[in-house]
Design a binder for this molecule. Structure first.
Ligand code: SF4
Ligand code: SF4
Length: 328
């Protein structure tokens, strides 16, 4: 039996909601299959403050084991701020995370806020928010560079705004089966199983992308990269292969640009979300795996070679059968 404790720090709660949407199998079945006992989970548990306090202290005192410490939301570094913005059971959240992380076999940051600071790092309120072991790309965070859990792992970051429910449950699955090693984590400590691809891969607009046949307005069928801000060619995730919400969709399948929510520098590093910034017609946010000189050469040739079918449909709201000159 593996004990799991979930803490909710500063964030919208979207990662809990995402996990509750797990559907293949549902969450209760998944926990049962993985032999996971939920010690406490804010969206599922009924215990009062006093009871939770007791549970946390039992873990800290070594009276109860803790296999999985899961944290959602950014953490306030109250030493630096001389004040605290998230208290829980009478203490700053930072205190609980530091103490519980000393006992955890695996400490897992769920979502981009807990991983890297995320949304909480934006704005100008001068409050020092951070993730468990990172502040954006800077290693450290609340637990510090040298932290590792009792199993020898650093914080495992399941980034995403929110994280896909599969990314969370599959990570637990691989750990319980002994199939996740430290070498399976990428440079930002994300399991490479989910973050070694680009969100761009398997987008239905890939053919438009290849020929640089681009939409000019939302609702049109072309690629969203050149004009409408899609960052999926820079974003490490498998969203368009795995799909969301009962395996039916993704951001780009819904006509919305990927805003690279799994990145350590999300959101500020990807603003503006809905337009593509360019210098002399070349997007400043080029694909991760294509050098600039190549992009310039290839995109010019691709446009010249673009079939009429794609050129017409890229800027159309409905699919047009170009040969027969009618809507399909
Ligand atoms: S819309 Fe985005 S994800 Fe889809 S093909 Fe274009 S760049 Fe790739
Ligand atoms: S497609 Fe991009 S913005 Fe959308 S959920 Fe995936 S990583 Fe996040």
């Amino acid at each position: 039996m593996h004990n799991l404790l979930w803490l909710k720090s500063a964030g919208c709660g979207g990662d809990s909601i995402s996990l509750l949407n797990l559907d293949q199998p549902d969450l209760y079945t998944a926990f049962k299959m993985l032999d996971i006992k939920v010690v406490w989970f804010p969206s599922l548990s009924f215990e009062s403050d006093k009871d939770v306090h007791e549970i946390l202290n039992k873990i800290i005192n070594g009276e109860e084991k803790l296999d999985f410490l899961m944290v959602e939301g950014a953490v306030c570094d109250e030493d630096e701020n001389k004040t605290n913005y998230v208290t829980f059971c009478g203490h700053p959240m930072k205190h609980w995370i530091i103490e519980l992380a000393k006992r955890a076999s695996f400490t897992i940051a769920v979502g981009t806020c807990a991983s890297f600071g995320g949304i909480m790092t934006t704005g100008s309120d001068n409050i020092k928010w951070m993730g468990l072991q990172y502040l954006m790309k800077k290693h450290g965070g609340i637990l510090g560079v040298d932290y590792s859990s009792s199993s020898g792992f650093p914080v495992i970051n399941i980034a995403g705004c929110p994280a896909h429910p599969d990314w969370i449950i599959e990570t637990l699955n691989f750990i319980t089966k002994g199939k996740l090693t430290v070498d399976n984590l990428d440079k930002y400590q994300r399991p490479d199983l989910f973050y070694s691809k680009l969100a761009h891969h398997a987008c239905p607009r890939n053919e438009y992308y290849e020929f640089k046949a681009s939409a000019e307005e939302y609702g049109q069928q072309g690629c969203l990269f050149e004009n409408l801000g899609c960052k999926a060619t820079q974003c490490e995730s498998d969203c368009n292969e795995r799909l969301w919400l009962g395996r039916t969709g993704s951001c780009t399948r819904g006509g919305f640009p990927c805003i690279s929510c799994t990145s350590p520098v999300f959101p500020d590093g990807f603003l503006p979300f809905f337009e593509t910034q360019k210098i002399e017609d070349i997007p400043t946010t080029l694909p991760l795996d294509v050098p600039k000189a190549w992009y310039v050469g290839i995109s010019g040739m691709a446009k010249l070679a673009c079939p009429k079918r794609l050129a017409v449909n890229a800027v159309s709201f409905k699919k047009i059968d170009v040969e027969n000159e009618k809507e399909e």
